[in-house]
Design a protein around this ligand. Structure first.
Ligand SMILES: C[C@](O)(CO)[C@H](O)COP(=O)(O)OP(=O)(O)OC[C@H]1O[C@@H](n2ccc(N)nc2=O)[C@H](O)[C@@H]1O
Ligand SMILES: Nc1ncnc2c1ncn2[C@@H]1O[C@H](COP(=O)(O)OP(=O)(O)OP(=O)(O)O)[C@@H](O)[C@H]1O
Length: 284
């Protein structure tokens, strides 16, 4: 038997850090949503007790460092599954981009294996398992649009934002999430974005207010360390994107655009600046 799952990329419409916790993680308040850029994951049952990962992408680990491998191992251990699985990852989401590519693959693996092995695991339990793999995984299990609190695992689903185009651009640098959180001075954040403002924009279906409400406190760290991310933001705004923000810990910057007529110009303008550019829609 074979099952397929799509693993979409996430963006953070707002990301606030409240304080650093005793366990080393940061208490966050975020609004996350998904975009129509997705990895495709194929899972095929194997009679032998083994997990095999393959991918067309040459630049991700295929051993136990792969988050899809970790998801499969976790489900096998917890539910005492003796069969093995062959997992093929058709990667479309850029790696280490701030778009939760690995987390979404892990979440899709949890959903897919639940079906493949007919385990009947309820969604909240899949999310609890996901939290053991990474802070973004519980959100990726269900997707949609949600407020995330705690270290990212406490989720409150909300209405989708007004439909628009999303231009994603990733400069060719590697940013470590742990490093960015590690360098954040949580007690000295200059400007906290507001959940209420984004929620109000969504409730009123006001694209302009949504663009005004975008904010990510991790930008303070990443933009100082990597001036090319700041330049990319400025470039996107100059080209006419109506709201521009870094996603997660970066380095991907996204621009929200309401009118299709503007998309090609912004896309082409950015292609002169960096290679990894995508024009997609929100997944609403
Ligand atoms: C930046 C975001 O992607 C925004 O959605 C997430 O907050 C991070 O999610 P993630 O990559 O799944 O993060 P994890 O794999 O759980 O953690 C990576 C590292 O980031 C730091 N980390 C992560 C989440 C959090 N709330 N506080 C943290 O301080 C920790 O040092 C942790 O060791
Ligand atoms: N299935 C996977 N796909 C991509 N990267 C993976 C995968 N499994 C493990 N990794 C490793 O995880 C690291 C982070 O990759 P990923 O694409 O998940 O980052 P990210 O988009 O910044 O995540 P986040 O937004 O959750 O912080 C990379 O160094 C990569 O080698």
């Amino acid at each position: 038997m074979k099952v397929f799952e799509k693993a979409p990329a996430k963006i953070n419409l707002m990301l606030d850090v409240l304080h650093k916790r005793e366990d080393g993680y940061h208490e966050v308040e975020m609004i996350m949503t998904m975009v129509d850029l997705a990895d495709r994951i194929e899972m095929q049952e194997l009679p032998r007790d083994t997990i095999i990962i393959s991918s067309q992408a040459g630049y991700i680990p295929l051993d136990e460092k792969n988050l899809a491998f970790q998801a499969a191992r976790l489900i096998k251990e917890r539910y005492d599954v003796k069969q093995g699985v062959y997992i093929h990852l058709d990667k479309k989401i850029p790696v280490a981009a701030g778009l939760a590519g690995g987390s979404s693959d892990a979440a899709a693996t949890l959903r897919g294996l639940n079906r493949l092995w007919q385990l009947g695991i309820p969604t909240p339990e899949l999310q609890r398992l996901g939290a053991e793999l990474g802070s973004d995984v519980p959100f990726c299990v269900t997707g949609g649009t949600a407020i995330a609190r705690g270290r990212g695992e406490k989720l409150e689903p909300i209405e989708a934002p007004p439909q628009c185009w999303v231009i994603l651009a990733k400069p060719p640098i590697n940013v470590s999430t742990a490093d960015i959180y590690g360098k954040l001075r949580a007690g000295h954040i200059q400007r906290h974005p507001s959940v209420a403002k984004v929620l109000e924009a969504i409730r009123l279906k006001r694209f302009d207010l949504l663009c005004d409400g975008l904010g990510n406190v991790l930008e303070e760290v990443t933009l100082d360390l990597y001036p090319e991310v700041r330049q990319l933001k400025e470039c996107m705004l100059r080209l006419g994107a109506e709201g521009v923000l870094m996603s997660g810990s970066g380095p991907t910057v996204f621009g929200l655009v309401s009118k299709e007529a503007k998309v090609a110009r912004i896309y082409n303008g950015l292609r002169g600046f960096c290679k990894d550019v995508y024009a997609v829609r929100l997944l609403t």
